[in-house]
Design a protein around this ligand. Structure first.
Ligand SMILES: Cc1cc2nc3c(=O)[nH]c(=O)nc-3n(C[C@H](O)[C@H](O)[C@H](O)COP(=O)(O)OP(=O)(O)OC[C@H]3O[C@@H](n4cnc5c(N)ncnc54)[C@H](O)[C@@H]3O)c2cc1C
Length: 387
């Protein structure tokens, strides 16, 4: 393995690596080829308690900080796996933890911690509104002790491998609120029950082996006790969870970045062309060195974001910058890796093309690079709002 100056939390790394080693390249390759879900891998991570890292001990989790949680995600990706199959279970519950009632926390969190209930899904994006979330058209209308939901979502991940989903819907029409960010609410949706009573799931075949779906709601009824926090404040609650999500995804990209760098440095040392290792050519060395520098720099920002988050300090800028730097660095490492594997980079058995596809996603989702630029420009640098 290539060196990093930031190998903190070695005990966690060793333990996660040992578990991941039981699921080698062949396992992930086969799951990818079959467009299947890595059930056994995710089960093992759940049983070992890794996905409950951020749940406080009083609810059965391990009560670790974001730094430790990020190391878990990094190691999963560095092992050749893809945290995208399970990261929702780690961070979606943060919304419940921060904004749920004591009764909701007591009901859900211990079962999420044990893995009995999976809260892998978060339903925000809609086909006709995209990034402009405040214009969502899915509505939840109060009728007696229930909310009745109608509308549509797109790109909602892991619905088929989750028991619950946090759903964002408009409870007050956009025209009737003072600020466009008001009037939306979030709900716990029992997915299996919903499938029987008003929610239709249509899987979206896509470039990566990522289970994601279109959802259609037709008079889906949700009990009022499933509303999280106050009605109308759901958008703010979702935003509150984004810093943890961004930072954890940055760590996944960093894991990917090191994976690509491990693979490519080994390959270019061994591959002989023109009578010498290809890694002896500066044209080969420099893009790899460049990617390593970028991954290391992203890593510093990731730890900065974690430190601030764990200290309860504002960390929006650092979480977004970490996600930006890490997604870019892992993509550059991916490009160097596939380039210097030559034709073999395209062969499934080398796993490079699989990881290449997987890491590309992170410049688009869960937030696109442009929206990070926009956040930094407007919220950090004080430039005029563009939307
Ligand atoms: C595999 C996958 C899994 C996903 N999982 C989930 C999930 O579980 N839950 C969920 O709610 N969503 C999920 N998403 C949705 C994801 O968050 C969105 O795709 C993403 O936020 C971008 O939204 P959009 O696709 O509608 O793009 P659009 O909003 O249509 O934007 C398209 C492009 O235009 C750019 N753009 C748009 N507006 C501006 C602007 N003002 N300035 C500059 N550039 C702009 C964007 O940066 C983007 O590159 C997932 C997406 C994918 C691909």
């Amino acid at each position: 393995m290539i060196k990093s100056d930031h190998y903190q939390y070695q005990d966690i790394r060793d333990a996660v690596r040992a578990l991941c080693a039981e699921y080698p390249d062949e396992y992930h390759r086969k799951v990818d080829e079959q467009r299947a879900y890595p059930e056994a891998f995710v089960d093992a991570l759940t049983r070992a308690g890794w996905l409950a890292a951020l749940i406080p001990q009083e609810y059965g989790g391990s009560g670790l900080g974001l730094s430790e949680a990020s190391v878990i995600m990094e190691e999963i990706n560095r092992s050749g796996g893809n945290s995208g199959a399970c990261h929702g279970q780690m961070y979606n519950m943060g919304t419940l933890l921060r904004h749920g009632s004591p009764a909701q926390k007591a009901l859900y969190l211990p079962k999420i911690a044990s893995g009995e209930w999976r809260l892998q899904s978060m339903g925000v994006t809609e086909p006709s509104t995209g990034t402009d979330t405040t214009r969502i058209k899915t509505t939840a209308v109060k009728r007696g002790d229930r909310y009745v939901v109608n509308g549509q979502k797109v790109w909602i991940s892991r619905v088929q491998h989750s028991d619950w989903m946090i759903l964002l819907a408009r409870t007050t029409a956009l025209a009737d609120v003072k600020k466009k960010s008001e009037g939306m609410s979030i709900f716990m949706v029992d997915l299996r029950q919903a499938e029987r009573s008003g929610m239709t799931v249509r899987p979206i075949p896509n470039m990566v082996n990522h289970e994601t779906n279109e959802l259609f709601f037709e008079n889906l009824e949700i009990p009022e006790e499933n509303l999280i926090g106050e009605e109308g404040r759901g958008f703010k609650y979702i935003l509150d969870g984004l810093n943890a999500e961004r930072t954890l995804i940055a760590a996944e990209c960093i894991g990917d970045g090191y994976w690509f760098l491990d693979r490519v440095t080994k390959y270019v040392n061994e591959r002989i062309v023109f009578g010498r290792p290809i890694g002896q050519n500066q044209g080969v060395q420099f893009p790899i060195a460049d990617a390593y520098i970028e991954v290391e720099a992203a890593n510093l920002m990731r730890y900065k974001a974690c430190e601030l988050f764990d200290a309860g300090q504002p960390c929006g800028a650092q979480a977004n910058m970490a996600k930006y730097l890490a997604a870019k660095a892992s993509w550059e490492a991916a490009n160097a890796c596939i380039q210097f594997h030559g034709g073999f980079g395209f062969a499934n058995e080398y796993d490079v093309e699989r990881k290449f596809r997987e890491t590309r996603l992170y410049q688009v989702a869960p937030i696109s690079t442009n929206l990070i630029y926009s956040f930094i420009a407007e919220h950090v640098l004080g430039l005029p709002r563009s939307f």
